[in-house]
Each structure stands twice: as C-alpha cells, then as structure tokens.
Design a protein around this ligand. Structure first.
Ligand SMILES: Cc1cc2nc3c(=O)[nH]c(=O)nc-3n(C[C@H](O)[C@H](O)[C@H](O)COP(=O)(O)O)c2cc1C
Length: 171
C-alpha cells in the first residue's frame, strides 16, 4: 500500500480543514502540519505520495510555514523521482483574483523540478479570477478551494478530488 503524507500550512484553518477531510477520504494517510510536525526535508522522503497543501498570501506567496521548507528544497535539491505529488489549498478569487491560488503553482514547479510526478490537475471552470500562477492551460495544477466566496462548494470539490487522486494514482 502507498504511504501517503498530507503536508499542509494554514493560517486561519481553511487549508487545515481541507487536509483533514482529505485524510478521512484516503485510508492510512498521515497529516503533517508544517508548523507543528515538520522536522526537515528528509520527511518528504518517508512517503510514496505527497499531498502538498497551502493557502496563498501576499503577492501570490505560499503560507508562511512553507517558506523555509521550500527554500531548503530548492537549495538542497533532494531527488524526489518516483514520488507522486498533488497540490491543494485555499485562496480568495474575488479580493485576490490577481494572484488566485498562485502558491500552488510555485510549489508545483519546485516539486516537479526535483523529479516528483504531478497528479490531481483540476478544472478552472467554476472559478472567476483574473490571474493565477497555478493555471496550466485549461486547468489548475491542483485543487483550489475558496471559503471566502464559494464555501458551499468546498466539500464536494474535496471529495471529488480525493476520488480523482485514487483513480489517477491507483491508491
Ligand atoms: C493579506 C492577505 C493576502 C492574501 N493574498 C492572497 C493571494 O495572493 N491569493 C489568494 O488566492 N488568496 C489570498 N488571500 C486569501 C487567503 O488565502 C484565504 O483567506 C484563505 O482562506 C486562507 O487559508 P488558510 O486559513 O488555510 O491560511 C489573502 C488573504 C489575506 C488576508
């Protein structure tokens, strides 16, 4: 059975709730809160499947608990080839529509540059924003949730995405 690690950073709890819901959908998955549980980049090597969660802040930046780990990954460049990775996180398409979910795009590019295989691309269709570094063609490079403007869609988005991951990653 694949070992699944859900690594998340969340300031006001939205991405945390998403991580908890994903854990409930994916048997045996382990939660790693980047503030409380993260010890170092070797921790990514313990898992076959990495679910990477972050809200977006500032000008399209990852949540603060990701800043040091992403810097270390980019500098130390561990080999993550053979690992499956997928990205999720919260944003606000209305007030921050000029950088909606951009943290997911930045994190995606780092993990993929280290050899991990990306999964879980999701449609951009039910969102309304002007720009996102997470957009790749017609899709986001992960799942976005927006509890500020579309809270009613969050649960079904997450359940649908967990099911997509199970199919794509053969979990
Ligand atoms: C100062 C500030 C800056 C923000 N910048 C962005 C942004 O660039 N892009 C975006 O999609 N959301 C942005 N947001 C919205 C947050 O990502 C959103 O509130 C999210 O739900 C927080 O999730 P968390 O509780 O998991 O940290 C910003 C919010 C604040 C207060």
């Amino acid at each position: 059975m694949s070992k699944i690690g859900i690594f998340f950073g969340s300031s006001s709890g939205v991405t945390r709730s998403a991580a908890e819901l994903l854990k409930a959908q994916l048997e045996g998955a382990e939660l790693i809160d980047m503030e409380e549980d993260y010890d170092g980049i070797e921790q990514f090597e313990d898992f076959d499947v990495l679910l990477i969660g972050s809200s977006t802040w500032g000008q399209g930046d990852p949540q603060r608990d990701w800043v040091d780990p992403l810097y270390e990954l980019d500098n130390e460049r561990p080999d993550l080839s053979g690992k499956k990775v997928a990205f999720f996180g919260a944003g606000d398409q209305k007030t921050h529509g000029e950088h909606f979910l951009s943290a997911l795009g930045k994190m995606h590019d780092i993990f993929v540059s280290l050899g991990a295989d990306p999964y879980g691309y999701a449609s951009t269709q039910s969102y309304d924003y002007s720009f996102s570094l997470a957009q790749r063609g017609e899709k986001f490079c992960g799942l976005g949730i927006d509890d500020v403007n579309q809270e009613e869609l969050t649960k079904e988005r997450l359940i649908g995405w967990a099911s997509q991951l199970k199919d794509e990653m053969q979990l």
